[in-house]
Write a protein that binds this ligand. Structure first.
Ligand code: FAD
Length: 404
């Protein structure tokens, strides 16, 4: 690892840590960098350090399959993710840096009557909040994706949920764009800087201990994806997070044959073609909790079996890469955002398998929260840590599964 930034980003050279910052943001992924950007651009807060233990955007931001969508199940979820999709559409202009936003629609397949019923509900909730989501029949699916096998084994496709707003973007570019624009406004981004412990006085985090020394802070926010519980444990904060590896893989490139993103929760698989022609294949998390980013043969075999049921010609495809990230799963498949039991410590956690699409709206709302000194924006109020004690879960399990 080098403390230099990727050439594309063109950031100022790394500096020594200052003794004190108004805001310390822990983690150097998309969420952290977006928070720094919105704070510096829209709230005039620039005395900020972003502390990243490894390299910029090298966590789940670099490992995800870039699905962007807002076709969730609950009104809280749909409103939140729809705002993110809106921000994504204009990010390349906002950054003056191409994030390769590509709107190609997302098709989710229903193989049972129960799923058809659930999709109808999702389509109606989505329409109510201005999203473009509708039910389509087999003939319409055939026209959209002629190469798709509509009768895989014991699970024929009955209908589909067609979400025209479904999109992808170059994930690294999202992190780099936020980093570049935040750094331009004075935010310091420190790579190879691991947060190891906290100094807590009178229910405040007053300082943060790192491998490069201790820094004082006015307030701090953690946006460390799969490491959320590790930091929360150091602060004695309990959260219902279980951490699982999540794997994905990519084939050799093919000529363009697949425009929409296609997913099937019954087959635990989603498939999409990148702008380079490669086919990205992903599915659900590994079946056991673990802190490890190794790839496994088991997952490769089971995922590919399902991908081939969906697109039989892929039986002859060569796999080029397989990788994993570490994902923090919550019981209701919604994030944990907002206040913590400590007065000046904020949470952007529990992002499981679905947080890339939320990067812009997380940054924007977390910045509002921090700048206001703890006034929780209405959009993220439903995602509080406290919801697990008051039984106000936001259940998105049915709309997350293998679709991310
Ligand atoms: P990260 O990018 O992981 O950033 C957190 C950073 O914190 C890391 O760089 C890490 O090194 C750093 N860190 C950790 N501990 C410390 C510490 N103690 N001190 C300092 N730094 C620390 N989401 C979607 O919306 N669509 C998808 O298609 C999708 N597909 C996915 C596929 C895979 C294989 C995986 C693994 C995830 C996928 N996700 C998807 C989920 C998504 O990637 C994450 O939810 C999202 O990237 C989280 O962003 P982040 O900025 O919070 O985390």
């Amino acid at each position: 690892l080098s403390s230099e930034y990727p050439a594309e980003v063109d950031l100022p050279a790394p500096k020594e840590l200052k003794p004190s910052y108004d805001v310390v943001i822990i983690g150097g992924g998309g969420h952290a960098l977006a928070t720094a950007y919105y704070l510096s651009k829209y709230h005039g807060v620039t005395n900020i350090a972003v502390l990243e233990k490894a390299y910029l955007g090298g966590g789940n931001t670099a490992r995800n399959t870039a699905v962007i969508r807002s076709n969730y199940l609950t009104s809280e979820g749909v409103r939140f993710y729809a705002e993110s999709v809106k921000l994504f559409r204009d990010l390349s202009n906002e950054f003056d840096f191409n994030i390769m936003y590509s709107e190609r629609g997302q098709l989710t397949l229903a193989h049972t009557d129960a799923t058809v019923r659930a999709f109808r509900q999702r389509a109606e909730v989505n329409k109510h909040f201005g999203g473009r989501t509708e039910m389509i029949d087999r003939q319409q699916i055939r026209e959209l994706v002629p190469t798709l096998n509509l009768d895989p084994g014991h699970l024929p496709v009955l209908a589909g949920l067609w979400h025209i707003d479904g999109a992808t973007a170059r994930h690294d570019a999202v992190a780099w764009g936020y980093a570049k624009q935040a750094a331009k406004r004075g935010v310091e981004i420190h790579q190879l800087t691991e947060v190891q412990d906290f100094v807590v006085e009178n229910n405040h985090v007053t300082a943060i201990r790192t491998n490069r020394g201790t820094v004082r802070c006015g307030c701090a926010v953690q946006a460390v994806a799969g490491s959320s519980s590790l930091l929360l444990n150091k602060l004695g904060i309990r959260a219902p997070i279980h951490t699982y590896p999540l794997q994905a893989m990519v084939t050799q490139p093919f000529k363009p044959f697949l425009d929409p993103l296609v997913s099937s929760s019954a087959l635990h698989c989603y498939v999409q073609q990148t702008s380079r022609g490669e086919i990205v294949i992903g599915g659900g998390s590994d079946p056991y909790p673990l802190y490890n980013t190794r790839s496994t043969l088991d997952l490769k075999e089971s995922l590919l079996a399902h991908a081939i049921e969906m697109f039989p010609f892929m039986a002859n495809a060569k796999l080029m890469r397989q990788w994993a990230g570490i994902t923090d799963m919550t019981p209701d498949y919604s994030p944990i955002m907002g206040l913590s039991p400590l007065d000046n410590y904020y949470l952007d956690a529990g992002w499981g398998t679905w947080g890339f699409k939320a990067t812009p709206i997380c940054g924007k709302t977390m910045a509002e929260l921090i700048a206001s000194g703890g006034k929780v924006p209405e959009l993220i109020a439903p995602f509080s840590l406290a919801r697990f004690s008051t039984f106000q879960q936001v259940n998105e399990m049915g709309a997350t599964a293998a679709s991310h």
